[in-house]
Design a binder for this molecule. Structure first.
Ligand SMILES: [Zn+2]
Length: 323
């Protein structure tokens, strides 16, 4: 890995033309092929932007996804999707329901991965919604056991990961925002994620959103991935002290911009966060990225945050002679 490699967590906001098109498509006023064309246009625009700004590892930006769990649910046999359910805050989403034995009859994310990877020389991350999160965010009317359901998802997602790898993915990220939902289930997270990542040659990454890191911490080194991708800035880097006492034995992707805030951080502030990360982590094992997916920001805010982030990483690299 290059020193202070830059990347993003996965999702980007959808441009206005795509939001309008999705609304029309949901009412049946726009054909699937026409929507697909606009999703491809938005994906291509985000790829160009990531190249222009100078990110090292790219993402497809998830322009074709609504909710990250629902997208996978819609593509698995044994699942249905409910009407709108309220989750945290004012976020509404369609809740996946497990109604029968889970089966994956075709690859889910591979086609979009290929679409993106064919359009850039830079590596594009394969993106999988994690087995624990899919289980935790779904109603289960079939398995009757959280462990059984999570492990069923894990088996299918392992095949998805294998297919991503076969399609050329050098990095595969497993998103587990629900990881901190119940600390008594952390051993299950370790087991389920391990089933997904076992035997892969690609670099594996686990992203989780800010939660009760104090309880999760003892599991960080046990999570069977090469890199942990953590939300650091939203919590004022309070996890750094914990890392100082109990070193992380894998790569870290360190969030240096807060995705929950409209404010574009000044470059000096982002550089300061990177410097603090560098005081603890080997630059070859330190990835610089935003705290989380940027889909809740506007297109302009997301772009501005990424510009500042890449400029700050470059400045710190040259100050330390790492360029
Ligand atoms: Zn997150």
């Amino acid at each position: 890995m290059t020193a202070l490699e830059t990347t993003t967590v996965g999702s980007f906001p959808k441009p206005d033309y795509l939001l309008r098109a999705r609304a029309r498509a949901s009412k049946g006023a726009l054909k699937a092929a026409a929507l697909r064309e606009l999703e491809e246009r938005a994906t291509t625009e985000w790829l160009r932007f990531q190249e222009e700004v100078g990110l090292d590892v790219l993402v497809d930006g998830e322009q074709y996804r609504g909710d990250m769990a629902t997208y996978f649910a819609e593509n698995l046999d044994g699942m249905e999707v409910s009407g709108l359910v309220r989750s945290y805050g004012n976020r509404y989403y369609k809740k996946p329901v497990i109604v029968g034995e889970l089966r994956r009859t075709r690859p889910i994310s591979v086609e979009w991965f290929r679409f993106a990877q064919e359009r850039t020389e830079k590596p594009v991350k394969g993106m999988i919604t994690g087995p624990y999160t899919l289980m935790d965010w779904s109603f289960d009317e079939h398995y009757g056991s959280r462990e059984e359901a999570a492990l069923a998802f894990a088996g299918l997602l392992h095949k998805e990961a294998r297919d991503l790898e076969a399609a050329g993915a050098q990095v595969i990220q497993v998103d587990e925002p629900a990881l901190s939902a119940r600390s008594d289930e952390l051993p299950l997270v370790v087991k389920a994620v391990g089933l997904v990542t076992q035997g892969l040659d690609a670099k594996t990454v686990l992203h989780t959103c800010y939660g009760n890191y104090e309880d999760i911490y003892p599991y960080f080194n046990r999570l069977p991935v090469d890199q942990l991708d953590l939300e650091m800035s939203n919590s004022s880097l309070d996890l750094l002290d914990r890392f100082r006492r109990d070193p992380l034995k894998k790569e870290i992707a360190f969030g240096v911009v807060d995705v929950h805030s409209h404010v574009i951080e000044p470059r000096a502030q982002v550089m300061d966060r990177i410097e603090k990360a560098l005081s603890l982590f080997d630059p070859q094992k330190l990835v610089i990225d935003p705290d989380c997916g940027l889909k809740t920001r506007t297109v302009d805010e997301a772009k501005a945050k990424l510009e500042v982030m890449v400029q700050a990483a470059r400045a710190v690299k040259s100050e330390h002679g790492l360029a």
